[in-house]
Design a protein around this ligand. Sequence first.
Ligand code: UD1
Ligand code: CA
Length: 539
Amino acid sequence: MTHSSQDKLVPSSIPGLGVIIMAAGLGKRMKSALAKVLHPVGGRPMVMYVLDIACSLAEQGVAVVVGHQGAEVRKVVEAVGDQVAVAEQTKQLGTGHAVLQARPVFSGGSHRKPSRYVILNGDTPLLTEATVRELLAMHDAQGAAVTLLTAVLDDASGYGRVIRRRRDEWLQGAADNAVQSIVEDKDASEAERAVREINVGTYVVDGEFLFPALDTLDPRNAQGEYYLTDIVQMAVQQGRTVSALRLRDIDEGLGINSRVQLAEAEGVIRRRIRERWLEAGVTMRDPASTWIDAEVTIGRDTVLYPNVTLEGRTAIGESVVVHSGARITDCAIGDRVEILDHCILRESQVEEDCHLGPFVHLRPGVIARRKAKVGNFVEMKKTELGEGSKANHLSYLGDATIGSGVNIGAGTITCNYDGYKKFHTVVGDGVFIGSDVQLVAPVTVGQGSIIAAGATVTQDVPKDALVIARVPQVTREGWAARRRALQSGQVPPPAPEVKAATSAKTVTRAKISTRAKASTSAKRAVKKKQPAVQRSKRR
Ligand code: UD1
Ligand code: CA
């Protein structure tokens, strides 16, 4: 049997078991302002991994010992639920002292008198529940006072060494109870340092034995600390059994003390996550460059191209295709959605059969309803885009409610901010918005209306209306040629005859000269609260 996350587990707690997690340490070697146990691995604070194990095993509660940056650590672990209690270690006097701080948690009500404790380091995120269950089974079978998890490493430096009665024996499979003591790296003699079997920092300890033993710890050692590991020697001296389980997958024993080890753990967690989703029916064109956080879920037959990043609590549906360079954080993506290259999506919801990208930016609060299309260089924020609606090119849509079957023309902008406040834009079902339109919020465009290209819409539009709001076009034939001639000192060709307007789109000099007339009609239009152009177009 191997230890891996794929092992089938019986998801039940273990009667009489209490769990203590040590998470108060400074983490000096991380050289960080952030508490070590809060550094993310696979997108989750590393302490959460052992906390998951603790919560699924403990029948008698979980105590997390916090200290360094205690308030921040407390916030993260208390959010897990009622079974988690926090104990404070105000001074970090060592792992033995840390565990001692958890005593009050288990001496309250009668329901919290564990017959044995599992003790976990907060900095071993690769440990699996299957291994801890195996450790417990060994402890119970052997009636041990202390059972510890060990690993044999090529480079054991930094870890506590497991000292056995006859050092050469255990490698040939001699009895495990030959463990005599654990010697910390800084206290080890030359010979002890050569030992490659290390203490992982995962223990099962008898309920009657633990706290009395901790009361007698002596901090006279290289670090002046109360070492939890000294209880091993105490148990041996009392003639009690000490058992040890050796890890076959040494990755599980990785304790994170430095950024190098953090990066190593990240690599292992990422590989495990990818394997889980590959097994579950997800295709990855290049698994090594596919980045999936621990809490992401992905439906079957979804295809992930190289360099895709799925973060936070993102949930991806079935048969979704995500192309290269997309980064999706805390989003819900429906079935059969296609996401083209280089989209950035955050805290948004994309319903089934939508089509996004390339280069789409969804900021928090977007809902794209079924079959909506969002294309090249479109940014959206707090906006609902209705079923089958399209915003295909170069737009900003913010604080807007857009109905179904709407076409948002290229370059359309919701002007949602006046420098002080944000305002809302409403676009009804079936509206057609031409290219380069500004919708100055607050504004409502009634259903079925058409907004002609280039309009700046400042007033509400009733349903089924046409809005044209742009400067009439001026065309002066031959003007450019005459200017060129003048610039180069030549005699300019004669100005052409002034022609009357030939189409609704063209306004010639003739029209411009009748400016006075136009401005009176504009004034009349203002009185009737209707734009002049709108009126003149109707004639
Ligand atoms: C510890 C073990 C060592 C083992 C290694 C495995 C001891 C004395 N040594 O050493 O045998 O090989 O883990 O990774 O236990 N902590 C507290 N309060 C404290 C000190 C530490 O809560 O006063 C917590 C830390 O936050 C961390 C854990 O205990 O989660 C381990 O502490 P750390 O300083 O990393 O111990 P190591 O020196 O690695
Ligand atoms: Ca450590």
